[in-house]
Design a protein around this ligand. Structure first.
Ligand code: ATP
Ligand code: MG
Length: 356
């Protein structure tokens, strides 16, 4: 089991360091860690944010544990050299077309969610977002309209092939999370007005045929946005495209209310000896404002490592041990500044390790 650790900039190395300590404490046999440069630090050392040797290291690993990239000192650089390009380049080169974002309110942290009472505590869903298609990657253009004003356009497009592969990821994720009952996927689109969504919906329906154990339903994106807030309990796994997923992921994250607890995975179809190749990272950025102060909450990175164990190494028990330890550490008061507490990076790491 090979992990490429690309911890990057700002608080990236600090939080990733705690995730590595947690993995180490689990004492998993056969785990090897390689460390590579990415982002602003890679630019400083190698003149580019994603050096070829880093990419090779990532390719040769079974999973990538990613920190964060971003460095205010790089702001003036041309776009291709900016740290943020590294993560886009990694996703593209490694063909990671699916983004998995769990959004869950941990017991005892309901007060941080803008949702009230029961609504907050029932929020526990996973968004599976397509990453490589949609309006972001269709033809774009600008011209002068007939009335002389500027006019811009972006083509929204999805092929059956693209939809079928993201649907498989969602059904697999639903099966994995269905230990306590039937797996459920809610497909979110805008099939009442978009041609793209009709192809999308038909393809998802067809893919569901090979997953009779999973319940599938469909919802328009406007309704989904409303119900994530008004009735979060009705969702388990949400399957959606790039644009709707972009918006719904942030909506769901805001509904959780704690940036330092949100993990994510980007996966493709490439299998490794143990599972599916993936890149795992906290959703927060490099947080230059608190970098180096020892105040960053490492739990999002620790939870990303748990996702890695589950998806890339099929170590579900070890993943659950980490997640339970994080939940208990939180319940026992190990809370970072982002959660209204004052526990530092290292102390939070220790609190999780003690509860493994
Ligand atoms: P980037 O440019 O890399 O995205 P950013 O500062 O724009 O960095 P975030 O890193 O997401 O964006 O940070 C947003 C705010 O949340 C910052 O004030 C940061 O200090 C805080 N923050 C982010 N992550 C954490 C964390 N793990 N623990 C504590 N505070 C955090
Ligand atoms: Mg940011």
């Amino acid at each position: 089991m090979k992990i490429a650790v690309l911890s990057g900039d700002g608080i990236g190395p600090e939080v990733t360091g705690e995730a590595l300590r947690v993995l180490d404490a689990l004492g998993l046999p056969g785990l090897t860690v390689f460390e590579g440069d990415v982002g602003g630090i890679a630019y400083k050392r190698h003149g580019q944010p994603l050096p070829p040797e880093t990419l090779t290291m990532a390719r040769e690993a079974d999973a990538v544990l990613f920190g964060a990239v971003g460095d205010p000192a790089c702001d003036g650089l041309e776009r291709a050299l900016r740290p943020e390009q590294a993560i886009l380049g990694l996703r593209k080169e490694l063909e990671l077309f699916a983004n998995l974002r769990p959004a869950k309110v941990f017991p005892g942290l309901e007060h941080l969610s803008p949702l009230k009472g029961e609504l907050a505590s029932s929020l526990d869903l996973l968004i599976v977002r397509e990453l490589t298609g949609d309006v972001y990657f269709g033809e774009k253009g600008e011209r002068t309209a007939s009335d002389g004003s500027r006019e811009g356009w972006d083509m929204m497009r999805y092929s059956e092939t693209e939809v079928a592969r993201i649907a498989r990821v969602a059904f697999r994720a639903a099966r994995a999370s269905a230990s306590d009952g039937q797996g459920r996927v809610t497909n979110v689109d805008k099939a009442n007005v978009l041609e793209t969504s009709q192809v999308w919906r038909d393809t998802v329906r067809e893919a569901a045929g090979s997953h009779p154990d999973i319940a599938l339903d469909h919802m328009y994106v406007d309704n989904a946005a409303m119900q994530i807030i008004s009735n979060p309990a009705r969702f388990s796994v949400i399957l959606t495209g790039n644009l709707f997923g972009d918006i719904l992921s942030d909506l769901a994250s805001a509904a959780v209310g704690s940036i330092g607890l949100l993990a994510s995975a980007s996966v493709g179809e490439r299998r490794t000896a143990h599972g599916v190749f993936g890149l795992y990272e906290p959703i927060h950025g490099s947080a230059p404002d608190i970098a180096g102060t020892g105040k960053a909450n490492p739990m999002a990175s620790i939870l990303s490592a748990a996702m890695m164990l589950r998806h890339s190494f099929a170590l579900d028990d070890a993943a659950a041990r980490i997640e339970n330890a994080v939940a208990r550490a939180l319940a026992d008061g190990a809370r970072g500044r982002d959660l209204g507490g004052d526990a530092g990076t290292r102390a939070i790491g220790d609190a999780v390790i003690e509860r493994l």
